[in-house]
Design a protein around this ligand. Structure first.
Ligand code: AMP
Ligand code: GLY
Length: 354
């Protein structure tokens, strides 16, 4: 059966890029984005919804006789949107809540990485009751560590530390002051690595992986890298130091393949976009994090280079029949720049004319 109507869940630039790419492949597609944004309004029908209300999303998909649901944000995946759609017999690209733990719990992700032999920073996790052990690990690392809230914290729950006092303060903020709320009641402390970063997206049907061209986002705001970290001020694809066939093959063999295999073996096969956040350290590639979704803003530079049908790949994943391998990419590079509201990444001024 062909795909005639698609529902994309989410409201970011990522969802606009996904809608744009699907319509590029299939201009006659009927496209709904929920809730969508000003950009998607120009190419699709926006429908207001709470993306974490899994039953409401599944109901919308059923009412509108959607052939394929594509999940954008991590919060929707973690809330069980895929589970709710599958329960209604609706084809969905996006992980179940169980599989999405690879992003929604950093401890779970670390355990999967260790069990599968995936290269990552040395780590220890715990809550307030494990404070002594966490502090001992901080001391062992000489304070050169990263303190991460275990749960979803809108990309803000990571504190990079270079001294013991700083790391102890970070632990206080997470475990004592609950700066990240419940997401930070449990933390992961890991060794500080260094090197350029790369984001690699593997689109999986739970068994096979189709890899897209690598990308890199730019985290700091303001010229000359003088501002704080953000969700991403822009992105490029492919990064010159992370573009070779050898690199992509290594990421598939040592990172994406083993992770997909481990999740399947644990009874929670991952269907969707497995995003490997990598650091190219002097000792080789290390995984900083896995995300259970397309990255934003990377998606905005990866999809324009994709030289095959995104809709076919996503449908293949949802149906459990995607072809393994590296997806063809157009030659050349893509660059995306974010225009942020005044005040970003702090409290932003809303309503300014774009
Ligand atoms: P994460 O959400 O885990 O990817 O962390 C967000 C950002 O924090 C990454 O993109 C890195 O810039 C930085 N980061 C995370 N883990 C480490 C680490 N072990 N060493 C150095 N930087 C890190
Ligand atoms: N660009 C970083 C992320 O999507 O998590």
């Amino acid at each position: 059966m062909g795909i005639g109507r698609v529902l994309i869940v989410g409201s970011g630039g990522r969802e606009h890029a996904l809608a744009w790419a699907c319509l590029r492949d299939a201009p006659d597609l009927s496209m709904i984005v929920a809730p969508g944004n000003g950009g998607t309004a120009g190419i699709a029908e926006n429908v207001p919804i709470d993306v974490t209300d899994a039953l409401a999303v599944a109901r919308l998909a059923a009412d509108r006789e959607v052939d394929l649901v594509i999940i954008g944000p991590d919060a929707a995946a973690a809330a069980g949107v895929a589970d709710a759609c599958t329960a209604r017999g609706i084809l969905v690209f996006g992980p179940t809540a169980a599989a999405a733990r690879i992003e929604s719990s950093k401890t779970f992700a670390k355990q999967v990485m260790d069990s599968a032999g995936i290269p990552t920073a040395r780590w220890r996790s715990g809550d307030a009751t494990d404070r002594a052990g966490l502090s001992a690990f901080v001391a062992e690392l000489g304070g050169r560590c990263v303190v991460k809230a275990d749960g979803l914290a809108l990309g803000k729950g990571v504190m990079v530390c270079s001294e013991v006092v700083e790391a102890e303060q970070a632990l206080d903020q997470c475990l004592g002051e609950l700066r990240f709320g419940d997401a930070g009641r449990h933390v992961v402390v890991e060794e500080l690595l260094s090197g350029p970063e790369a984001s690699v997206f593997g689109l999986s049907d739970g068994r096979n992986v189709r890899i897209l061209v690598p990308a890199r986002d730019h985290k700091r705001i303001f010229d000359g890298d003088r501002g704080p970290n953000t969700g991403g001020m822009g992105s490029i694809a492919p990064p010159p130091d992370a573009a070779s066939d050898v690199f992509i093959e290594e990421v598939q063999r040592t990172v994406l393949g083993p992770c997909i295999e481990a999740l399947r073996a644990q009874g929670c096969p991952f269907v969707g976009c497995l995003y490997a956040g990598l650091m190219l350290t002097p000792d080789g590639v290390r995984v900083l994090e896995f995300n259970a979704r397309f990255g934003d803003p990377e998606t905005q530079v990866v999809l324009p280079l994709l030289d095959e049908s995104l809709l076919d790949i996503l449908t293949g994943c949802a149906r459990g029949e995607v072809a393994a391998g590296v997806a063809s990419a157009a030659p050349g590079t893509a660059v995306g720049v974010v225009a942020a509201a005044a005040g970003y990444p702090g409290d932003v001024r809303r309503g300014d004319v774009i």
